[in-house]
Design a protein around this ligand. Structure first.
Ligand code: SF4
Length: 322
């Protein structure tokens, strides 16, 4: 499969009380064309910062500095002019965020918001595209698209609003859709309907998806590849099946034990998962996972290990992974 996006040595710092604080440190990965790439991690590990960094979408951009390379279709996003960056966000990389309610104007009907987002200015543009919009809404599981199009946001459920946002984001299909916890505000049954729809659209339209999630079951069902984040770093990257057969990093092993394969690791080690990810203001010297790691060695507290390819397509940030 061809490569769509390559991220190399990406770091993000934010200015805090006059000094730079590291939010993302030395992240490298690539996403293949047409694939579902899952970025997994606990709250506060930097997943959303990474998603925003990919198109420099920080609300107060002046406080952030980004280093590294983000290549898509041969161009480095960090080198693009503001104008080219805007057209990249409009045409090639789109987002679906966690909170659909905040994404809509409460006093404008859904059809007008869709027309505006899709830049359908004339009546003939709208007449031409509306049947397709209706079809996509139906495919997403919305049973009465005409009524929904005539509604205001407050008349619709959160699940419906999220599906409308997804339709707006994939119409027309971008090369890459970044879906940041797109189902965090819906129940389990709807979660899988929405993700099934996203997955079907990925296959039909040939787009790639970067799916950000804290749910390993979602990763297991939908991802082609998985990257595990911890404290602003990638600690493991692997094809989905290999990862679920045998996770390498101690953090991934504990997670897997906790969710899927009880009995391999003792209960005391599992207890470490009840701890928290270190704050960017208080990251320890050496390996950032040392305080929760059941394999910790004395040299883990001296130097942070790099993310290393230890087997074909398998990367891990721990010299003691075996
Ligand atoms: S480097 Fe050390 S502390 Fe970090 S994950 Fe590996 S064994 Fe654990």
């Amino acid at each position: 499969m061809q490569e769509l996006l390559r991220v190399k040595n990406l770091s993000v710092h934010v200015a805090h009380r006059g000094r730079p604080v590291s939010l993302i440190d030395d992240i490298s990965f690539r996403i293949k064309k047409g694939s579902m790439f899952a970025m997994f991690g606990e709250s506060g590990c930097g997943k959303t910062t990474l998603a925003l960094a990919l198109t420099k979408l920080f609300s107060n951009g002046n406080n952030f500095s980004i280093q590294g390379k983000i290549n898509i279709n041969g161009s480095d996003i960090l080198e693009l002019s503001d104008e080219k960056l805007l057209s990249l966000r409009r045409d090639h990389i789109r987002y679906v965020f966690q909170d659909p309610v905040q994404s809509f104007n409460p006093v404008m009907k859904i059809n007008k918001q869709i027309y505006h987002a899709l830049n359908l200015k004339t009546k003939s543009d709208r007449r031409r595209e509306t049947p397709k919009i209706r079809e996509f809404l139906s495919k997403s599981g919305i049973e009465n698209p005409d009524e929904v199009l005539r509604s205001y946001p407050h008349q619709l459920s959160v699940g419906m609003l999220q599906r409308i946002l997804i339709v707006m984001a994939i119409f027309p299909a971008p090369a890459l859709l970044i879906a940041d916890e797109p189902t965090s505000s819906v129940d389990a049954a709807l979660r899988y309907r929405i993700l099934d729809f996203l997955d079907e659209m990925r296959r039909t339209l040939g787009m790639s998806i970067l799916l950000i999630t804290h749910d390993l079951e979602v990763v297991r069902r939908y991802a082609d590849e998985v990257a595990v984040m911890y404290a602003g770093r990638l600690v493991e990257v692997a094809p989905r099946e290999k990862f679920f057969d045998e996770p390498y990093h101690p953090y991934a092993q504990l997670l897997m034990e906790h969710f899927f394969k009880p009995g391999n690791i003792d209960a005391d080690a599992l207890q470490s998962l009840t701890g928290t990810v270190p704050s960017p203001l208080d990251t320890p010297q050496g390996c950032t996972f040392q305080n929760r790691c059941y394999k910790v060695q004395s040299d883990c507290k001296i130097e942070e290990p790099p993310l290393t390819e230890v087997n074909p397509e398998r990367f891990v940030r721990c010299p003691y992974w075996k």
